[in-house]
Design a protein around this ligand. Structure first.
Ligand code: NAI
Ligand code: MG
Length: 498
């Protein structure tokens, strides 16, 4: 199946190396000495072995981050100096783009070409964009008029200050990009960080740790602790000396994070699951809507929190849309991420493949029809066929639950007057898509959708300046844009009587 495999030699060397966690300026083993393997999802074979951090390592990293926050050079750097260092991280990501894209492809499974064209430049752009907020995140001047102090004059103003020591727990679907989304605004605000990458994909975060030091971010400002969720993530979320926890992952774990954070009432932001409606009206331009709907679900193998997994097609075009997306699904070339002809790689892990296949079984059992796919692909690695399901009902697990794989359900609807209820009938509210040539209908529908992002005649368009986050159980807070700075700043009111 494989044509020429492209593998950046620096990435291969890095993956094969001896891996340590970053605490302060030191690259260290886990205190317990334990390690775990991260597999190459295209083969199931071990790609790298990394330290298995636990609460002792988290504690050490938090102490280091606290010291860096309170007394280190970071706290004395001017906003402009901080901004330059953050900008440099973006430059170095671009400079090492081939290497980072290869690491991402090896560890996560995604096609190299996609990682090179999307994950890497988006991660760099995020640091470049956020670096500008260092000098622009400012308070305001306020003139109080206090009723019980007649005649008194005041000078008052607000200050934006870093929230402090921040824990950040990220998933495996966009390992480098999720690290950037988290680190960019936290650093721009002047926080110090303990980053816990997903156990499935630790490599690019470790390489990013090197890049961050090279960019001139002082030691201890960014600490990277690798390990499992329960061993390393949970103690980070619960730690009494962490001021804020930011999490991206499952809604189930998001709820555990909220509980763990309640001990010291640390600030919490969450970016959780989705089951996003993608609505194709009969008057849409089908040459763009059909491939757009296919890409809305199949991009990153459906492992996107924003994936357009509930595809609503207006009745008069239902057959064309369902068949069109099914034809597109059948044409997708599935293979290892480093094979240049690959359009869709493996899922990230054996667990995720099993989970997605379990949903496929449940869909078949409940009476759904697979117009395309419906099974595991091949016997080696963690591949699943791009799948299009019809004949579903709204109580089926394939319609209600986040599958997080290349599986879309196509559902007929009557008109713009009736789409609101089925589109919003989900516990999630992360994203939505609308395809139509009627501008008024598009914007009217956009207002009706309970979702943090609505795309019109496009899907999966992300930009560092566009706020992203969820309504309902899809999360708390918005990442990216200036709203991301609010997640990492406290506002202080200073009031002086003149
Ligand atoms: P997960 O929520 O368990 O993992 C995400 C991150 O949380 C990882 O870094 C993990 O180590 C950490 N974690 C796990 N348990 C933790 C705990 N008790 N305390 C603190 N941190 C913890 O997600 P998982 O199991 O990898 O995937 C399961 C499902 O979650 C997927 O099928 C998908 O539906 C959803 N998911 C959603 C993502 C999103 O972008 N919104 C990303 C990844 C998964
Ligand atoms: Mg892996």
């Amino acid at each position: 199946m494989a044509s020429e495999l492209k593998a950046d030699p620096d990435a291969l060397k890095f993956a094969a190396g001896d891996h340590h966690m970053l605490i302060g300026g030191d690259w260290v083993h886990a205190a317990s000495g334990k390690t775990f393997d991260t597999p190459n999802p295209a083969t199931g074979e071990t790609l790298a072995t990394v330290p298995a951090g636990n609460s002792e390592d988290i504690d050490r990293a938090v102490k280091t981050a606290r010291a860096a926050f309170e007394t280190g050079p970071w706290s004395r750097m001017t906003p402009s100096e901080r901004g330059r260092a953050i900008h440099k991280i973006g430059d170095l990501i671009l400079e090492h783009g081939d290497e980072l894209a290869t690491l991402e492809s090896l560890d996560n499974g995604k096609p190299y070409a996609i990682a090179r064209a999307a994950d890497v430049p988006l991660a760099a752009d995020l640091f470049h964009y956020m670096s500008g907020w260092c000098t622009r995140s400012q308070g305001e001047s306020i003139v109080p008029s206090v009723p019980y102090m007649p005649g008194a004059e005041f000078h008052a103003y607000s200050l934006k200050e870093p929230v402090g020591v921040v824990g950040q727990i990220i998933p495996w679907n966009f390992p480098l990009l999720m690290a950037a989304w988290k680190l960019g605004p936290a650093l721009a605000a002047g926080c110090t960080v303990i980053l816990k990458p997903a156990e499935q994909t630790p490599l690019s975060a470790l390489r990013l740790g090197e890049i961050i030091l090279e960019a001139g971010i002082p030691e201890g400002v960014v600490n990277v602790v690798t390990g499992f969720g329960e061993d390393a993530g949970a103690p980070l979320a619960a730690h009494d000396d962490v001021d804020k926890i930011a999490f991206t992952g499952s809604t189930e774990v998001g709820k555990l994070i909220v509980q763990a954070a309640s001990g010291n009432l640390k600030k919490v932001s969450l970016e959780l699951g989705g089951k996003s409606p993608n609505i194709v009206y009969a008057d849409a331009e089908m040459e763009t809507a059909i491939p757009g709907a296919a890409s809305a679900i199949f991009f990153n193998h459906g492992q996107c929190c924003a994936a357009g997994s509930r595809l609503f097609a207006e009745k008069s075009v239902f057959d064309d849309v369902a068949q069109g997306v099914a034809d597109a699904a059948k044409k997708i070339r599935v293979g290892p991420g480093l094979d240049p002809s690959t359009e869709m790689g493996p899922l990230v892990s054996h667990d995720q493949m099993s989970r997605v296949c379990r949903y496929l079984d449940e869909g078949a059992r409940d009476g759904a029809t697979a117009l395309a796919g419906g099974n595991r692909h091949g016997e080696e690695g963690f591949f699943v066929e791009p799948t299009v399901l019809t004949d579903t009902t709204n109580d089926m697990s394939v319609v209600r639950e986040e599958i997080f794989g290349p599986v879309v359900t196509v559902i007929p609807f009557d008109s713009a007057e009736t789409i609101r209820q089925p589109a919003n009938d989900s516990e999630f509210g992360l994203a939505a898509g609308i395809w139509t040539k009627d501008l008024s209908k598009a914007h009217r529908t956009a207002r009706q959708l309970r979702a943090g992002t609505v795309w019109i005649n496009c899907y999966n368009v992300f930009d560092a300046a566009l706020p992203f986050g969820g309504y309902k159980q899809s999360g708390w807070g918005r990442e990216m844009g200036h709203e991301a700075m609010a997640l990492y700043t406290e506002t202080k009111a200073v009031c002086a009587q003149l």
